[in-house]
Design a protein around this ligand. Structure first.
Ligand SMILES: Cc1cc2nc3c(=O)[nH]c(=O)nc-3n(C[C@H](O)[C@H](O)[C@H](O)COP(=O)(O)OP(=O)(O)OC[C@H]3O[C@@H](n4cnc5c(N)ncnc54)[C@H](O)[C@@H]3O)c2cc1C
Length: 524
């Protein structure tokens, strides 16, 4: 199936506006074609070289939690440079959550102890919320979840505000250099060159080379994945407002439904679809709207499912239900231990078993959709969108293939809540790692990393390249693309670096002492 990729605004790699213009200190054809670079070749190209032991590429939450670990393990800010286009580590995450209907006041998906500002996970978000609000409700919820209450999850705003405090406490800003990374290449003699295109007006040369022993790559999602039906409609009819991906700003659709009654076609069975449906129903309830909702699932789940009684997932009404995007034991239980030992197809098979699209079962979502089915304004069905064409009065005509046969519907808008992630090759830095850096793919087709999160095949002794985040999904540790997963990866990286003498080991004494500093908000 053909899939098109759209770059995330302000998130992924923007096109370089100075491409093709001769400028001092640029990449030469010799450098571009060579896998291993000498200091001499870089100097000959006129590219200034900055020496720093550790470079993190990306500057999102993956970079932030890794730098947090290193700072707690005693690494000074002068030994770290984060090369990024972001103003803050949570900028692109906040953009994605906001447009997919999780503004600061709404709750995220991860649990109380997944705290990217706090490597110890204690006090958890629930404890902190209870303290701030002088309320025992969050504590009661974590005590009785998930049997007598939904899982407790923190508000997005709480996560951002607490990250901002940790950001200041560890002097993260001192490590940040603004710009776009073009590539990471191995250096003859050890270590790496990371080529940065500095933000405009900040450097007399087109590129700057960061020469480091260690590189950490955490570039997030390569881009938005648009399915062909959406892309064809948008490109053919130049209509980017009525047929949208949920990760694009699409407030205009809710505004149109406020102005006049309409029908919306929602596609997808994950948490983003749940949030979009909640927004549609909340607006319906709050404003007395008469919005009709058509909801198309590619796979319509009718009941609980799984290979055997120990691996069953609840399901019904189209949805597969699960509190978090993986079973909890992938972060610290038996699944974590099992996957760590698996190679090749065996690992891919196990990922297949516990993966798949799912959404949390939340009481308010259940109530809203039950009401919608009863009152006949919410219709869920199995099917595929076969084609989209413009309808009269700014509507969209959707041809559907459903279980009951072909159907044609006329809708105000289509909101696609499927896939976010494009292939890793869509990202220039990752593609370069595959083509010139010695990197390879894991059994799921993502970047192959060791148990220490070192990118396999990229070693340039005594240097190491590490990677974390969604690009490494399919490795020995699942759940990498989550707050806790990014922290577990950061811990593995810090442990590996401490064995090489780069940072202190985080043993019980240091950990207790550092937690105490954290609890008192003391800068380190
Ligand atoms: C809608 C949504 C909700 C989520 N909710 C949760 C949740 O509730 N709990 C949870 O645990 N996880 C959640 N996640 C998953 C995950 O925790 C976040 O996506 C997190 O932001 C991933 O961090 P990251 O560093 O890998 O990517 P990002 O935070 O996106 O950071 C990577 C950054 O690298 C930068 N970059 C890319 N290329 C370059 C380059 N060439 N040069 C310089 N910089 C570059 C980009 O600006 C990019 O933003 C959610 C994800 C999404 C999309």
């Amino acid at each position: 199936m053909r899939e098109d990729t759209i770059r995330l605004p302000g998130v992924a790699v923007a096109p370089d506006r100075r491409d093709g213009q001769a400028q001092p200190g640029d990449l030469t054809p010799e450098l571009i074609a060579t896998d291993w670079w000498s200091d001499d070749a870089v100097v000959r190209a006129g590219i200034p070289v900055v020496d720093v032991p550790f470079v993190s590429v990306g500057g999102g939450i993956g970079s932030f939690v890794t730098v947090d670990y290193l700072r707690i393990c005693g690494v000074p800010t002068s030994a770290i440079r984060v090369l990024t286009q972001l103003q803050s580590p949570w900028e692109s995450y906040e953009y994605l959550t906001r447009v997919s209907q999780i503004p600061r006041g709404e709750r995220l998906r991860s649990d109380s102890a997944s705290c990217p500002d706090n490597i110890w996970g204690y006090p958890s978000y629930a404890v902190r919320e209870a303290w701030a609000d002088r309320s025992v409700k969050p504590l009661w919820q974590v005590l009785v979840e998930p049997i007598f209450a939904d899982y407790y999850t923190p508000k997005a705003g709480q996560a951002f505000e607490s990250m901002a405090r940790e950001h200041d406490r560890i002097s993260y800003a001192d490590t940040v250099v603004s710009g776009q990374v073009r590539m990471v290449r191995r250096r003859i003699g050890g270590g790496y060159f990371t080529i940065l295109t500095p933000a405009e007006g900040t450097s007399p040369t087109r590129r700057v080379a960061y020469r480091s022993r260690y590189v950490h790559v955490a570039v997030g999602y390569p881009g938005l994945k648009f399915l062909p039906d959406l892309m064809d409609y948008r490109e053919t009819h130049r209509d980017y407002g009525s047929v949208v991906n949920a990760y694009e700003p699409h407030e205009q659709i809710y505004q149109r439904l406020h102005a006049a009654p309409g029908t919306v076609l929602v596609r997808g069975g994950g948490i983003v679809a749940s949030r979009v449906l909640q927004r549609l129903v909340d607006d319906r309830d709050a404003r007395g709207l008469r919005t009709q909702i058509l909801h198309v699932f590619r796979t319509f789940v009718r009941k609980s499912h799984g290979p055997h009684v120990w691996m069953r997932r609840r399901g019904g009404d189209g949805w597969a239900y699960q509190g978090f995007n993986y079973p909890k034991s992938v972060w610290g239980g038996q699944l974590k231990a099992r996957v760590r030992k698996l190679e090749g197809q065996d690992r891919a098979d196990l990922y297949q078993q516990f993966g798949g699209t799912n959404t949390p079962i939340r009481r308010n979502w259940q109530e809203q959709l039950r009401r919608g089915r009863r009152e006949r304004w919410y219709h869920a069905f199995q099917g595929e969108i076969a084609g989209l064409t413009p309808g009269p009065g700014g509507t969209v005509h959707a041809a559907l293939h459903t279980e009951q046969g072909p159907q044609n519907v006329q809708v105000t808008a289509v909101i696609d809540c499927t896939g976010l992630e494009a292939d890793i090759r869509e990202h220039r830095v990752l593609a370069d790692l595959l083509d010139h850096g010695g990197g390879g793919r894991n059994p799921l087709g993502r970047l192959d990393v060791e148990r220490t999160f070192e990118v396999r095949g990229t070693r340039s002794e005594p240097g190491r390249v590490y990677a974390s985040g969604s690009a490494t999904n399919g490795g020995y540790f699942p759940g990498v693309d989550t707050f806790l997963g990014l922290q577990i990866a950061a811990q593995e990286i810090a442990d590996d670096l401490s064995q090489q003498g780069f940072c202190a080991r985080l043993g019980p004494l240091r950990s207790t002492q550092q937690w105490w500093l954290w609890a008192r908000g003391r800068r380190i």
